[in-house]
Design a binder for this molecule. Structure first.
Ligand code: ADP
Ligand code: MG
Length: 529
C-alpha cells in the first residue's frame, strides 16, 4: 500500500466516509455528555480530574475542561465552547449541543450520498439565513433598565444551583453593574467576585470598592484611613542581599552591631521615603520585613503584604496609583487615592476594604455559601450573568430564550429551503431540523414530552407568535419577552456561528492519519465511544 511507503511503520489511516463517521461519532458523544445539563432543569455533573480534584457543575465549559477530553475532534468542539466562554461567558453548552446535532444531521446526509462540500455549503447558507432571522427577532433595549438587566441575569443563572437565591444574586449583580458601568461600557474586571465559605448564599453582599482578603499587618496600625493615599509596591520592602556587600566579614561584636545598624538604617530610610511621598496606605505585592512593618506602624500607615497581582492591577486602575518596583524612588505622583481604606470582620476573618476610589468605581460582590463547591458554582453563575449583561450593555439587543428563537429559525429555514433547488436544499433542511435540539433538550431535561412541546411551539409560531418558548419552570408555552426569559442577541449569534464553524472544520476532514507514538509513552488511539 502507498500508505506504508510514505508513512512511518505503525501509523494508521482512516479515509473518506469512515473518517467522517469517526469524527461525527466523537462530536455526538461529546454533545450527548453535556446535553443533560442544558437549561434551568439541567442536571449537574461531577467530574473527578486525573489528579483527584472534584468539580460539581452545570456549566458547559467547566465540565469540558474538567473532562480532559482526549479525542482530537472532540477537542475541536471544546475549543469552540472556550471561544464562546472567552467572548461572552454564557452559552457554552448551547455551542456543543448545536454542533453535535449539526454533525448528526450531516451524518444522515452523508449516508444519502451527499458530498461534504455540499453539506458545508448548505450549512453556510443556513447560517446566513439564521443570522438574519435572529437580527429580525432582536429587540432593541435600553441597557440601563434595571428590570431588563435583572431578567437577563436571572435567565443566565437559572439552573445553576442558585435557584433559591437567584433573585437576591441578580439584584446584587444589577446593582453592582449599574455602579461601575461607564460611557465605555462594562469592564467585567471592575466587579470583583470574592468567595468566602460560611453563612448562606443569602448572606452575600455588595460592597462598594475593592475588598482584599487581608488584615492590617500590625495591631498599632489604624483600622480606618480617610482620604487614603495609596502606595502600590511590587517589590519586597526589605534590604536586598545585593545592596549589602556580600563579602563583609564580621569579626567583632562592634562590627556586628554596625552591620545591623546599617541594615536598620536602610529599612528606616526606605519606609521614610514612602511616608514622605505622602502615603498613608501601603499595599505590597511581596513581603514586608518585620522591622519595616514596625516603622510603618510607627508612622501610622495601614499596610498589607502579599497582595495578589490581580488585586494590585485592579487597585492601580481604580485608585490611579502606579505600581512601583523601587520603594526608594517612590514619589507623590505614584500614589493613588481612595475615600477610605478600612478593616472589617467578615465571618471570622478580617478583611480590608478600599472604597470611594478616585478613578473607576469598582465593586466587590462578597459571596457567601456553605462550601467551596457551592461557592465555585455560584461564582460561575454570576460570571455568566455579568458576561451577558456586559454584552447587552455593549450591543443593546436581546432575543427571547427558552427555545423560542431556535424554533423560529427552524421554521424560517424550512421555508427558505423550499425555495432552493439542488442538494443544498437537503442540507438547509437538516440544519433547520437540528435547531430544534435546543427546545427538545430543554423539554427533555425537565421531564416534559419533547414531541408535544415542539408541536405546541410550532403551532404558536404558525399563529405568528414569534417569541413563544417553553418555560420549563412551569411547563407552559409562554411569550418569552413579557415573561422576562431573555438573552443577549450576541449569545445566540456567537453560539451559532461557533458551532457551524467547528462543524465545517470537522466535515472538511476526510483523512485521519495517526502516527504511532514512541514506544515509551504509548497511548491508545483516542476513543470516545
Ligand atoms: P449554556 O451553557 O448554553 O448557557 P444553560 O444551561 O445556561 O446553557 O441553558 C441555557 C438555555 O436555557 C437557553 O437556551 C435559555 O434560553 C434557556 N432558559 C433559561 N431560562 C429558561 C426558562 N425559564 N425556561 C426555559 N428555558 C430557559
Ligand atoms: Mg447559560
Amino acid at each position: 500500500m502507498v500508505n506504508q511507503q510514505i508513512m512511518p511503520e505503525g501509523s494508521t489511516r482512516t479515509r473518506g466516509i469512515e473518517a467522517h463517521k469517526h469524527n461525527i461519532l466523537a462530536g455526538k458523544a461529546l454533545a450527548e455528555t453535556v446535553r443533560t445539563t442544558l437549561g434551568p432543569k439541567g442536571m449537574d455533573k461531577m467530574v473527578v480530574s486525573s489528579d483527584g480534584e472534584v468539580t460539581i457543575t452545570n456549566d458547559g465549559v467547566t465540565i469540558l475542561e474538567a473532562m480532559e477530553v482526549q479525542h482530537p475532534t472532540a477537542k475541536m468542539i471544546v475549543e469552540a465552547a472556550k471561544t464562546q466562554e472567552d467572548e461572552i461567558g454564557d452559552g457554552t453548552t448551547t455551542v456543543v449541543v448545536i454542533a453535535g446535532e449539526l454533525l448528526k444531521s450531516a451524518e444522515g446526509l452523508l449516508e444519502q450520498g451527499i458530498h461534504p462540500t455540499i453539506i458545508i455549503r448548505g450549512y453556510k447558507m443556513a447560517l446566513n439565513k439564521a443570522m438574519s432571522v435572529l437580527k429580525e427577532l432582536a429587540k432593541e433595549v435600553s441597557p440601563k433598565n434595571p428590570k431588563l438587566l435583572r431578567d437577563i441575569a436571572v435567565t443566565a443563572m437559572t439552573g445553576k444551583g442558585v435557584e433559591e437565591s437567584k433573585e437576591k444574586l441578580a439584584e446584587l449583580v444589577v446593582k453592582g453593574v449599574l455602579k461601575v458601568v461607564s460611557e465605555e461600557g462594562l469592564r467585567n474586571e471592575n466587579i470583583k467576585l470574592l468567595t468566602k465559605p460560611g453563612g448562606s448564599v443569602e448572606d452575600s453582599k455588595l460592597v462598594e470598592g475593592i475588598v482584599l482578603e487581608k488584615e492590617r499587618l500590625k495591631e498599632g496600625m489604624p483600622t480606618r484611613v480617610e482620604n487614603a493615599r495609596i502606595a502600590l509596591i511590587d517589590a519586597p520592602i526589605e534590604v536586598k542581599e545585593t545592596e549589602i556587600d556580600s563579602k563583609i566579614t564580621i569579626s567583632s561584636p562592634e562590627q556586628m552591631e554596625q552591620f545591623i545598624e546599617m541594615e536598620e538604617g536602610m529599612i528606616k530610610a526606605m519606609v521614610q521615603k514612602i511616608v514622605d511621598a505622602g502615603a498613608n496606605v501601603v499595599f505590597c505585592q511581596r513581603g514586608i520585613d518585620e522591622l519595616a512593618q514596625h516603622y510603618l506602624e510607627e508612622a501610622g500607615v495601614y499596610a498589607l503584604r502579599r497582595v495578589k497581582l490581580s488585586d494590585m492591577k485592579l487597585l492601580a486602575r481604580a485608585t490611579g496609583a502606579r505600581i512601583v518596583s523601587e520603594p526608594n524612588q517612590i514619589t507623590a505622583k505614584d500614589l493613588g487615592k481612595a475615600g477610605v481604606v478600612y478593616e472589617e470582620k467578615i465571618g471570622d476573618e478580617y478583611m480590608t476594604f478600599v472604597s470611594g476610589c478616585e478613578n473607576t468605581r469598582a465593586v466587590t460582590i462578597l459571596l457567601r455559601g456553605g462550601s467551596e463547591h457551592v461557592l465555585d458554582e455560584v461564582k460561575r453563575a454570576l460570571m455568566d450573568a455579568i458576561g451577558d449583561i456586559g454584552v447587552v450593555i455593549a450591543t443593546k439587543e436581546i432575543v427571547g430564550g427558552a427555545g423560542s428563537a431556535e424554533i423560529e429559525i427552524s421554521r424560517e429555514l424550512t421555508r427558505f429551503a423550499d425555495k432552493l433547488s439542488g442538494r443544498e436544499q437537503l442540507a438547509v433542511q437538516g440544519f433547520a431540523k437540528a435547531m430544534e435540539i435546543i427546545p427538545v433538550t430543554l423539554a427533555e431535561n425537565s421531564g416534559l414530552d419533547p414531541i408535544s412541546v415542539i408541536t405546541k411551539l410550532k403551532a404558536e409560531h404558525d399563529k405568528g407568535k414569534r417569541y413563544a418558548g417553553i418555560d420549563v419552570l412551569n411547563g407552559r408555552v409562554v411569550d418569552t419577552l413579557p415573561s422576562g426569559i431573555v438573552e443577549p442577541l450576541r449569545v445566540k449569534t456567537q453560539a451559532l456561528s461557533s458551532a457551524v464553524e467547528v462543524v465545517t472544520m470537522i466535515l472538511r476532514i476526510d483523512d485521519i492519519i495517526v502516527n504511532e507514538p514512541p514506544k515509551s509513552d504509548q497511548q491508545e488511539m483516542p476513543k470516545l465511544e
